[in-house]
Design a protein around this ligand. Structure first.
Ligand code: 3HC
Ligand code: NAI
Length: 697
């Protein structure tokens, strides 16, 4: 037996305790330990029941994800679950914390399940690009029926104990020490001569309309394969005897195990956690955070204030006038009403947040006690500098002074104060109380504990915080401007904006770039083009057809017309035919003969532009590691999670192939397509972006 599974006797009951911190993942040692302990229980005189419990914070969080992609090691998990279920002894699971994936599958292999009221169960494998592969797709529907099992398995959601009881996944809820509760339950079962109850012997669940459900899941998954494939495994539970169903589950599991999507999703799982582990922050304590100042209560300020309030922080908001203060309060009130409606807070909490935790003022003296201030005023350097001068005068020593600027130079902002070491960029994404990404922008003189405080705030707010250096657009917006540019080039050369949007949503993006432009407002890009016109390089290709639409007062969704036409009450828009005419005019003016683009070419050019700029960003140290770019794009820009991020996508394609395409495109437009030195270096050395991630770990 291994030391990760201990065996103790309590009269007629053998207790198998799993202790594999932090979350009792089912590593080879745990599987072996459980298997050996089952053998021992069955061989010892007088044992009538087995109780399986977990040590620490969870029963079992699932298979050990770190073992995926490595050669399989015996005993495998499906066999272990079958072995537990086949035991002549009565087997009971006592569950606390989470029982996820293989963890729930082990519990389903037991004959009875008792759980703590706070326990949660689920089969979240689809989020890792796979499906429950240890009998979960066969046993769960035998307990819940097919429809409920399909819902649980294809969403991968965590199910709280009361619902799990209602669904028949667990048999009993009992509060107390899990071992004590489990022993009492096992004793009761023995006393009442309860029979072994293998789920595999229960009747097949009734069928549902499998093909319609499969099609709906494929559509909902925007190209993600695992939910629809998992459904086919549940179908097997309904249509095949148990043993054959298990075989079908295994085949489908192995199919998914071999996909790039599995690699991308597991890359996302680990790096979502690794992104905040920065060597420079090891041992650096963040400053205390209790109250936050927010300057400007527009779109961003109101969202940031909402996020802070919902996380238990007090907020002092500064606005310019009575009217602006009222409007800001209204925005925050609207956001909190949404949280109330969705059940995130109750009425009492909602009222307290608005009346006690939030203060809206026009007087900077109100900021004297705050621990950190986030400035979210207009995107103009002079305005920001005036605000920072006031903050410098009003805030206590040690207060962190942060800017939410999208593009402006944080070094210049810092230099306008007497305390540049306390200044940092905290770049939120709109809507700030919803979007998960936070770029922590580190300026030349930012103190390490100020950086640590930025990350600590991110954690408090439930954000994925990414370290970025100072440049125009930091990590995300800088890369965005490059892939937006290539979309524009493709339009000039013959691909319609609608084809481009469709090709990219088929690739898995939440929205295409032109639909995004309509949402953000076409006037923003128009203003930027005008501002940059004088300093633009003569070889830079910048389409101007869309400016004609802006000149007519059409700015996208907010005016009802942009690339698409939006009708009130309808979701999404329909392609605006005017756009194609305007493009044709520009092509004629420029002497371009439009050509056809395949969807595959559109995606390839878009992705190559993204990867090339991302490699520049990493090469310059703006992003410390490729994984920082990946997490930025996943959590702030709607990049399909199942590709893991653009750098992971590039690794999967092969960096040499990506570089070859960039060089080929460079024959048409040498100014735009200049291969990033880091990309060339990695190809020459036969290394990948992931190698850089590993070296930085
Ligand atoms: N395998 C290996 N490591 C795991 C793990 C797993 N299944 N689950 C969590 N971990 C690790 C995390 O990587 C993290 O490591 P780190 O400290 O080095 O970064 C550590 O455990 C703690 O995890 P979190 O920081 O996420 O802690 P939380 O308390 O926020 O969340 C959790 C805990 C809810 C268990 C969350 O980690 C989670 O959702 N884990 C994944 C669960 C899952 O997907 N299980 C299914 C696995 S696939 C499977 O079982 C296949 C089977 O059907 C054959
Ligand atoms: P906004 O125009 O909606 O809000 C700005 C607010 O600041 C207004 O309410 C205004 O009254 C207030 N304000 C202006 N000067 C002030 C001053 N001196 N003192 C106090 N209040 C003042 O702008 P938005 O969109 O919220 O942007 C704010 C900042 O956030 C900008 O730097 C922008 O680049 C950045 N940002 C914007 C994003 C977006 O999607 N809108 C995303 C990420 C960052």
């Amino acid at each position: 037996m291994t030391d990760v599974v201990t065996y103790t006797r309590h009269d007629e009951i053998a207790v198998l305790r799993i202790a594999n911190p932090p979350v009792n993942a089912l590593s080879q040692a745990v599987r072996q330990g459980l298997s050996d302990a089952m053998d021992r229980a069955e061989s010892e005189d007088g044992v009538k029941a087995v109780l399986i419990v977990g040590d620490g914070r969870a029963f079992i969080a699932g298979a050990d994800i770190k073992e995926f992609g490595k050669p399989p090691m015996e005993p495998n998990l499906p066999d272990l679950c079958t072995r537990i279920e086949a035991s002549p002894l009565l087997v009971v699971a006592s569950m606390h914390g989470v029982s996820l994936g293989g963890g729930l599958e082990v519990a389903l292999g037991c004959h009875y399940r008792v759980a703590q009221p706070s326990a949660r169960v689920g089969l979240p494998e689809v989020h890792l690009g796979i499906l429950p592969g240890a009998g979960g797709t066969q046993r769960l529907p035998r307990l819940t029926g097919a429809e409920k099992a399909v819902e649980a398995i294809t969403t991968g959601r965590h199910i709280k104990a009361p619902e799990a009881l209602e669904l028949g996944i667990i048999d009993k809820i009992e509060e107390g020490d899990p071992e004590t509760v489990g022993l009492a339950y096992a004793r009761d079962l023995l006393a009442s001569n309860a029979a072994r109850r293998p789920v595999s012997e229960m009747p097949n669940p009734q069928g549902i309309d499998w093909d319609a459900t499969h099609a709906a899941l494929l559509k909902k998954g925007r190209g993600q394969l695992s939910p629809a494939t998992a459904m086919r495994a549940v179908q097997a539970a309904s249509e095949l005897p148990f043993d054959e169903g298990i075989k079908r589950e295994r085949e489908l599991f192995m199919d998914l195990m071999n996909t790039d999507q599995r690699k991308g999703l597991i890359h996302a799982f680990f790096n979502e956690r690794a992104v905040s582990n920065l060597p420079e922050l090891k041992g650096v304590a963040p400053r205390a955070l209790q109250s936050i100042g927010v300057i400007g209560g527009g779109t961003m300020g109101a969202g940031i204030a909402t996020a802070c309030l919902l996380s238990g922080l007090n907020v002092v908001m500064i606005e310019m006038s009575d009217d602006a203060a009222e409007a800001a309060k209204g925005r925050i009130g609207g956001n909190l009403a949404g949280a109330l409606k969705r059940g995130k807070i109750n009425q009492e909490k909602h009222d307290n947040l608005l009346s006690i935790a939030l203060e809206v003022s026009q007087n900077y003296d109100s900021l004297k006690d705050v621990d950190l201030v986030i400035e979210a005023v207009f995107e103009e350097m002079d305005v920001k500098k005036q605000v920072f001068a006031k903050l410098d005068a009003a805030c206590k020593p040690g207060c962190v002074l942060a800017s939410n600027t999208s593009y402006l130079d944080v070094n210049e902002i810092a230099a306008s104060t007497t305390r540049p070491a306390d200044v940092i960029g905290l770049h939120f994404f709109s809507p700030a109380h919803v979007m998960k990404l936070l770029e922590v922008v580190v300026a030349d003189q930012t103190a390490p504990d100020v950086v640590a405080t930025g990350f600590a705030l991110g954690k408090m707010l439930g954000k994925v915080a990414v370290r970025a250096g100072v440049c125009d657009g930091f990590i995300g917006n800088r890369i965005l401007s490059t892939y937006r540019a290539v979309a524009g080039h493709m339009v000039l050369d013959g691909a319609s904006p609608f084809q481009i949007d469709d090709a990219l949503t088929d690739f898995g993006f939440a929205m295409g770039p032109f639909a995004v432009a309509d949402l953000a407002g076409l006037d923003i890009g128009w203003a930027t083009r005008k501002r940059k016109a004088a300093t633009r390089h003569p070889d830079e290709r910048v389409p101007t057809y869309i400016d004609r639409l802006c000149e007519q007062g059409h700015y996208g969704q907010k005016t009802g017309e942009g690339y698409y036409i939006y009708e009130k009450g309808k979701r999404g828009g329909t392609p605006n035919p005017k756009i194609l005419e305007l493009i044709k005019d520009e092509q004629q003016t420029l002497g371009i003969t439009p050509r056809d683009f395949s969807d595959a070419e559109i995606v390839r050019r878009y992705m190559c532009a993204m990867v090339n700029e991302a490699a520049e960003v990493v090469g310059e140290g703006i992003a410390r590691r490729p994984l920082d770019v990946d997490m930025t794009l996943l959590f702030g820009y709607g990049f399909p999670r199942y590709w893991g991020g653009p750098m992971k996508w590039a690794d999967i394609q092969g960096l040499d192939a990506v570089l070859a395409d960039i060089e080929r495109y460079g024959q048409e437009d040498a100014w735009f397509w200049q291969p990033a030195p880091l990309l060339k270096q990695l190809v020459a050395e036969g290394r990948t972006f992931d190698d850089l991630n590993k070296e930085a770990a």
